[in-house]
Structure formats: structure tokens, C-alpha cells
Design a protein around this ligand. Sequence first.
Ligand code: GLU
Length: 376
Amino acid sequence: MTHPLPGFPPPQIRRLVIKIGSALLVDPAGQVREDWLRTLVADIAARKAAGQQIIIVSSGAIALGARRLNLPKGGRGSLEDAQAAAATGQIALSQCWASLLHAQGITAAQMLVTLDDLEHRRRYLNASATLDRLMALDVVPVVNENDSVATAEIRFGDNDRLAARIGQAARADAVVLLSDVDGLYSANPHVDANAMFIERIETIDARIMAMADGGSASGMGSGGMTSKIEAAKIATGAGTHLAIISGKIDAPLSHWEQGGRGSIFLAAPVRRARKGWLAGRLTVRGRITVDAGAERALSKGNSLLPAGVAQVDGVFARGDVVDILAPDGRVIARGLSEYDSTDAAKIAGRRSEDIAALLGTMPRSVLVHRDHMALV
Ligand code: GLU
């Protein structure tokens, strides 16, 4: 595995998610810290110019909205307050991102998602496809949790884990959490003079978990080190590196790239991570038997095209997990189906060019995309 260099340079890291916490975006008086943000956007523009695709996960809606509505406890006193604050703050937040990115010649897009959106397979695939399309169109998506509709039980609540899940959905190479701390310490550096800085984390074990302090240092966002380590677990398990770096300085990405401090959690090998995710977390709803040509194509790492399908069994929806079987009945792969079972049966054995006529819709060209498939 090629180890990432400090700064996740563009050639190695093609697709990068950058998460910005509330305390960096909003000052204690409730105003956007525009001067700082401009330096970050300049960093982003430089990375884009170097060929990197960027997705922003931005907090700050609740902090901004709370101030405008004069709500107590930074808008976090009750769920209703947080939802009203988020709705009020989000519109200002997107305006700010859109205009700062525009000033660098970059088109911004907004995506507001809930935890449920990313847990539900079909919506997860849709979010993933939208992110892909935006990247292809050279747009920078600005993502936040849709706090004004998410209920207490189905909230991320912190954007650290949201950023990790977005990284997974976007198949990003890395996630960077810009924070008010510069990384992970063996103990709380504010109270323990012997606290050691941890630069590289290969495995997130009980020892690493114990280093988290819980709670948010700034009191403005909701993520402390615990949610950052949880985010690191999600990201690395999905084959994505995650870094925590300080956003307390101007141009934080170039500062880091030039040798600034940061903690890097290294990704688990991708195949194992995807296999674990597919094997462990979802129910298999259907079986797709392929012909010998498709079996060979899959073993080389290609996607499954409808043309290679001999038979479809079971009742499944788009986004459900299906087993893929060789002509002799052996399970050779498992993946997420891009079509439901009725449509999959209709297009089995047919060439991609015929699918539009058969289904009457603009088709997805593959039945199971290689990025959503694990060979077994
Ligand atoms: N989604 C929340 C906001 O925009 C932030 C959550 C967090 O604190 O990470 O205000």
C-alpha cells in the first residue's frame, strides 16, 4: 500500500472530503469568520487546480441561526431550537460558501442529508451517484446534515461521522477533519503535560478509543475527539484515510502540506473493508447467475453488465444486496444491485443499448457496479 504523505497531495488523493467544524466557521458573536474562510477556499482552489476533487462538509448552521434568532445555549437547548436554528443558519451558510467559492471561479452545490438517507441503500446509492455526477461536472458539493427534519433518534448530531459517511458514499480517498485541535493526543493536552501527540494510527483499538475525551472543546459544535475517532472507524473501515488537522491557522491545508501537524488514521485495505461491509451488515435479497464470460470479467475486477446475466432469482429493490453466482452455482461475488428484480430479469442477457427501449427509462449501464461489489 502506498502510504499517504503529510498533506494528502493531489496526485495520490484524487477525491478528498474536507469537514469544517462550527467553531472554525462562526465566531463567538455569531458571525461567519469570512477572512479565515477565504484562506481555506484559496487552498481548496489550489487543490482543485492540481486535479483534486473536493467535497466540503460544513457545520455552522445551528451556531449561525441561533445567534440570529437569539436562542439560548447556542441553539442546542432543545431539538426544536436546534431545528429552527439550523433552518435559519443554513440559508446564510450556503450563501457564504457559494459566494466565496464563486470568487475563486468554483461552482458550489448544496446537499442536505440525514443519517437515514445514508443508511437506506437506495438513497445511499442515489446520494453516491449525485456526488459522482457533481464531481464529473467539476462542482464542489457543500454537504450538511438536514438538521431541520432529522429527529433525535435518526440524527448524526455531529458532522465528523457525517463526513466519514459522505467519504464512504463518494468513495473518497481521504477525509480531513479541520478542527480546533491539531490531532490526537494520548491524554488531554490541556490537563496532562505528558500527553503525547499521535501522528499515525494503523488500528483503532481500545487504547486509541481511551484517548478520546468526549464532549466538544469549543462548546459550539457537537463533535469532540470521541466523534472524531468514531468517524475514523467508519472511514478507515470503508477504505478511506482520515486525518485530523488544526483549522485554527490561515490556509490550513497548505500549512499541513508544508509539514504542519496532524494525525492520520490509515485506511484498511479496500477489498477487505468492502467485503466486511457487504458481508456483515446487509441481508442478501436475491441471486444473479452469470455466464462464463461475465464470471471472467468479474474476476478481473469489472462491473457486472446486464449482457452477462443468465438468471435472476429473488425479490429485491434497487440498492439491495445480491449474491452473484457462477454458471455452476458457486457464489463468486456480492454487491448492491442497480436495478430491482423485475427490471433485472427484463434486461438479463440484453446489451446496454437495448435497455432504454425495454424499460422506457434512461438506464444505468451496469447491473452491479464494481465499486459496490466484493469478490468472495
Ligand atoms: N449540522 C450541525 C450544524 O450545521 C453541526 C453538527 C456538528 O456540530 O458537527 O450546525
